[in-house]
Design a protein around this ligand. Structure first.
Ligand SMILES: *[C@@H]1O[C@H](CO)[C@@H](O)[C@H](O)[C@H]1NC(C)=O
Ligand SMILES: *[C@@H]1O[C@H](CO)[C@@H](O)[C@H](O)[C@H]1NC(C)=O
Length: 504
């Protein structure tokens, strides 16, 4: 009776793994563990006490067909209580494994393990998390499962950087001093261990990422630069709060706006956007907070807007107030007025140019004597007079050949074609010492000036003659337009020798 019960329970125990585990609904299912392993290596792990009596636990590989795992040491995959061994792993070992455990209190617990096998060349996919910090000396620790196997089987450590052996390193941790970008790589901790007089190998890799070292500064406010900001009521405006925190100083680097010491976040009519910026290649670190006032109100002109910046070691702030922007209309009106005054003044000056020139001439003209030295010889005298003359007046009459030339300085009348006329014309045309004033009496007639000597024609072409307004009573007056023009063309008289009658 007792024997038959024992036999029965043995049969039940042996046949239990063959039953579909999912149907065993009264059992507890633990969370699945997951390992990525490398082909050709070996692996050992415990999901329960390895000293658990082998009968209390049964291991199998799940799948369409359940494959039992035994404690047979000659099998590549075998177990010892709660521990499972994979020796010389092969690609076909990938899959889901489970263990059914009967606890001393007769409860049933399922343990689930997932294994993925990778080739040696895809080591990067099997890394155990990367090391990423800005420490000067980097510590790389052998991944826990590898470290555990080595400890368990009293194995030896070696380290690889990429595929190269790092000689002299046999600890379960590796220090890299003064790490720089050149040290970035995949570091592999390799453990060689012995089981049943055979040597096995297990490895685990970590990726090292070297971050640039930070240089923290006292927080500097880059914007705003002034205490006042011009704004228009009813118009949207943006306020820029930008702070500088240092180099690679993103840690704790922040900026934000406060209105009357309250954070802007949830205030109606205001919004804030923020941005951390690390400039390349300097790695200068800035943080910007842009406050948008959707519509500037009368109240806003009384508010204190505070830009607050904080960094790793320090904080800083500055306050801005809004100021109503001045209207530019008065400025435009002033500009227009100045323009019109200027134009009017120019028009008046142009209209009265001659009158003004005559008015100021006595004051401005240089005094100059008019000595005529005594001459015996008439020709020399004529020449001397002509030389001293400053204007040559030519009066053109309708009849040809009856021109009268008058030299105002000498009061001499020159006959056309005569020596004095020739000398005068020579001085005007060739030496250009005398200016010529052309006055025309009456009409020119159908032939124009063509009958006149070529030199005279040239002078007429250069400057049009002043016409004597015949029959005009007004023209007789000394301040008539005609005489003003004549006087205007005459040289200025010395201030002390006033008196127009002497000229005309
Ligand atoms: C570990 O190193 C020791 C000392 O060098 C050596 O005696 C032992 O055989 C090594 N074990 C393995 C598993 O390589
Ligand atoms: C804010 O001010 C900083 C510093 O003057 C400037 O570099 C940045 O472009 C500004 N940002 C905006 C959005 O105006």
């Amino acid at each position: 009776m007792k024997l038959s019960w024992l036999l029965l329970s043995l049969i039940v125990l042996m046949s239990a793994p063959r039953a579909k585990p999912a149907s065993d609904s009264s059992c507890i299912h633990n969370d699945e563990e997951f390992f990525k392993l490398i082909e050709g290596e070996s692996f050992y792990f415990e999901i329960e006490d390895p000293n658990l009596p082998d009968e209390n636990i049964t291991w199998y590989k799940d799948g369409p067909e359940i494959q039992n795992i035994t404690t047979e040491e000659t099998h590549r995959i075998h177990y010892h209580g709660g521990a499972l061994l994979f020796l010389n792993i092969s690609a076909i070992d990938s899959g889901n494994y489970a263990a059914r455990e009967m606890t001393p209190s007769d409860k049933c617990v399922y343990h689930h393990v997932k294994i993925e096998v990778y080739s040696k060349n895809s080591r990067e996919k099997v890394t155990y998390g990367s090391i990423k910090n800005s420490d000067q000396n980097k510590l790389i620790e052998c991944p826990d499962p590898v470290d555990y196997i080595c400890m368990k089987f009293n194995g030896n450590f070696t380290w690889l950087k990429g595929n190269n052996l790092l000689p002299g390193h046999h600890e379960n941790k590796l220090w890299i001093e003064n790490a720089g970008k050149k040290d970035e790589d995949i570091y592999t901790c390799v453990c060689t261990w012995i089981h049943n007089h055979k040597m096995y190998k297990t490895s685990g890799s970590r990726k090292l990422i070297v971050l640039d070292r930070p240089v923290y500064r006292d927080v500097e406010i880059i914007s705003p630069t002034s205490k006042e900001q011009l704004a228009n009521k009813g118009i949207s405006i943006k306020l820029n709060c930008t702070v500088y925190c240092g180099i690679n100083a993103q840690r704790e680097c922040k900026a934000s706006w406060y209105i009357n010491n309250e954070q802007v976040n949830q205030m109606d009519g205001y919004s804030e956007t923020t941005k951390l910026e690390i400039k390349y290649p300097s790695n200068n670190t800035f943080y910007t907070a842009i406050l948008t006032i959707k519509q500037v109100s009368a109240e806003d002109f009384k508010h204190k807007f505070m830009c607050k910046g904080s960094g790793f070691y320090s904080a800083n702030n500055t306050t801005v107030t809004l100021k109503q922007r001045e209207s530019c209309i008065p400025l435009i009106i002033t500009g227009i007025c100045v323009f019109f005054i200027g134009v009017s003044a120019a028009a008046v000056v142009k209209y009265f140019a001659i009158d003004l020139a005559l008015l100021f001439r006595p004051c401005l003209s240089p005094s100059r004597g008019n000595n005529v030295s005594d001459q015996t010889d008439r020709l020399k005298m004529v020449e001397s007079y002509i030389e001293q003359s400053r204007r040559l007046i030519v009066i053109l009459t309708p009849k040809s050949g009856s021109e009268v030339i008058k030299n105002p300085a000498s009061d001499q009348t020159l006959v056309i074609g005569g020596f004095d006329w020739q000398v005068g014309l020579h001085h005007a045309l060739v030496q250009r010492e005398i200016s010529v004033i052309l006055i025309q009496l009456g009409e020119t007639g159908p032939q124009g000036y063509r009958h006149l000597p070529p030199g005279l024609q040239h002078l007429i072409r250069k400057s049009a003659p002043i016409r004597w307004p015949e029959g005009s009573r007004k023209a007789l007056k000394w301040n008539s337009h005609f005489w003003k023009r004549v006087r205007y063309m005459m040289p200025a008289r010395p201030a002390k020798k006033m008196g127009l009658s002497a000229v005309i």
